[in-house]
Ligand binder design. Structure first.
Ligand SMILES: *Cc1c(COP(=O)(O)O)cnc(C)c1O
Length: 230
């Protein structure tokens, strides 16, 4: 099941790339495994998945020692500052940086452990009140401030688009995030690359790929519906 789903999602990414002349190798699939048990992650691993996405620190901590060490764990959920210390040396990338205070904490904890942490800034492009993330106009000033931090590597931007029935409804949001990343890249800020655009989920990842996503975060499409009541 999981293996078939994974292959199907990969095929769909390839197809979406072909429609716009992109190389599928530019797009990394993150298997979003939140709430899912370790045997299902193992199945995805055996089918070739190496990047997993989780939205809770505790869940990364629990799963990390039980699965192969070449897995790259992506922290994609809202991150509380008091929990940064637990994952700063476990997360391959933190997608959800949305304040200077959080970036400062990541800098401090990374310095303590002598690591450099790749991060993305989360942008609430759709300006949904229920979501975390920066306003579009807040991103550049924050990038400029955090660029000075020696243990934080700014790699790009992330957004969580609204839940929609028609993925075309999110195309404008993906375009806007891409435009913002191009504008910031053009400033040539030291220690900053805008090489990663993390956008697109089960309902809309193909549109996101067409609009320039370099990482898509797919959960349901690989592991099936989540059961939060368990
Ligand atoms: C849960 C989650 C996803 C995956 O959502 P699906 O619709 O199941 O693919 C992607 N990104 C973030 C930030 C999430 O929390």
């Amino acid at each position: 099941m999981v293996a078939d789903n994974l292959r199907q999602v990969q095929k769909n990414i390839e197809k979406a790339c072909l429609t716009v002349g992109r190389d599928p190798a530019e797009v990394t699939l993150i298997a979003v495994s939140k709430t899912k048990p370790v045997p299902l992650l193992q199945e995805a691993y055996e089918a070739g998945a190496r990047c997993f996405g989780e939205n809770k620190v505790q869940e990364i901590m629990d799963k990390y020692p039980l699965l192969p060490s070449d897995i790259r764990w992506h922290m994609i959920g809202h991150l509380q500052r008091n929990k940064v210390k637990y994952i700063v040396d476990k997360a391959a990338m933190i997608h959800s940086v949305d304040s200077l205070r959080l970036a400062q904490t990541i800098e401090q904890e990374a310095a303590k452990r002598g690591v450099r942490v790749p991060v993305l800034f989360e942008v609430n492009v759709a300006q949904e009140e229920t979501k975390f993330g920066l306003k579009t106009e807040e991103v550049l000033p924050l990038v400029q401030a955090v660029a000075e931090f020696p243990h934080v590597e700014i790699r790009g931007l992330m957004t969580i688009a609204p839940y929609v029935n028609n993925p075309e409804d999110n195309r404008g949001i993906f375009r806007e995030l891409k435009k913002l990343s191009v504008d910031i890249a053009a400033k040539n800020i030291n220690n900053v690359t805008m090489s990663v655009l993390s956008m697109g989920m089960t309902g809309d990842y193909e549109v996101a790929v067409q609009e320039g996503a370099t990482m898509v975060r797919v959960g349901t499409g690989i592991f099936g519906e989540r059961d939060y009541l368990r």
